[in-house]
Design a protein around this ligand. Structure first.
Ligand code: SF4
Length: 239
């Protein structure tokens, strides 16, 4: 698809549809992706920090069985929470963080995970990624989920290098659809991790390649198409 006749809305629509269609065929039923609740999503994402999906898939069901809600974590000793993290590394740090979150959620939010962006990002160690994941995957509310894989994908796709995550977050707010936002977010994370690989992107199997500035530079050497795409992404990323 050439860029010339495309508006910003067309590009947004194409990206949404292609990412969702790709994810429908590649969706992996990890235990934290089925039977989702805000609590389970938050726990899974904390476990997934610097740990492989395979390792978390083994440990997550045991963790949820031992600690089915924040009350259970609040009432457990730190040593008991440390023990539950033992097979995932960084266990002391993670256990301390989780105990701190549990204390706030029990004492300030009556045991319920808050459903507002500002409240989530104010919890200890919860950044924009986790806030978006809890909202989109846990509460079913439209929100962007910006992890390091998605940042890399957006940076290559748009050709825009920025150190300000706020820029990619603003772009992602525009890309995330109202309907199927969870599927879209999973798709962006999975595409970033599996296809737009950090060492070597597998562009030939990427559904976004003809909309991608990096691919345009690398494979087609089509400056017109690349410049047209850059223009569109620049407008989309603008405040
Ligand atoms: S075409 Fe290549 S560089 Fe562009 S988003 Fe896809 S995998 Fe990443």
């Amino acid at each position: 698809m050439g860029c010339n006749n495309l508006s910003e809305d067309d590009v947004v629509k194409e990206i949404r549809e292609r990412v969702i269609a790709w994810e429908r065929s590649n969706w992996a039923p990890y235990p934290w992706r089925v039977n989702r609740t805000p609590y389970k999503v938050l726990i899974a994402e904390l476990l997934l920090k610097r740990t492989t999906r395979q390792a978390v898939a083994r440990e997550y069901p045991k963790f949820i069985e031992r600690f089915p809600d924040f009350n259970a974590i609040y009432n457990a000793t730190l040593e008991e929470v440390v023990e539950a993290f033992r097979h995932l590394g960084l266990y002391k740090q993670r256990a301390v963080q989780l105990k701190r979150i549990a204390k706030i959620i029990i004492e300030k939010y009556n045991g319920e995970v808050p459903d507002k962006w500002e409240e989530l990002v104010s919890l200890p160690g919860i950044g924009v990624y986790l806030a978006g994941a809890v909202l989109s995957f846990g509460f079913g509310k439209k929100a962007p989920v910006l992890d390091s894989n998605v940042i890399r994908l957006l940076s290559r796709l748009t050709g825009i290098k920025t150190k300000r995550n706020q820029d990619y977050l603003r772009l992602l707010w525009k890309l995330v659809p109202d309907k199927d936002h969870d599927l879209f977010n999973y798709g962006m994370i999975d595409l970033g991790a599996l296809v737009c690989h950090y060492k070597k992107p597998r562009c030939e199997s990427c559904p976004l390649k003809d909309l991608c500035v990096y691919y345009s530079n690398k494979s087609i050497k089509n400056n017109k198409n690349r410049d047209c795409l850059i223009n569109i992404y620049k407008k989309l990323i603008k405040e």
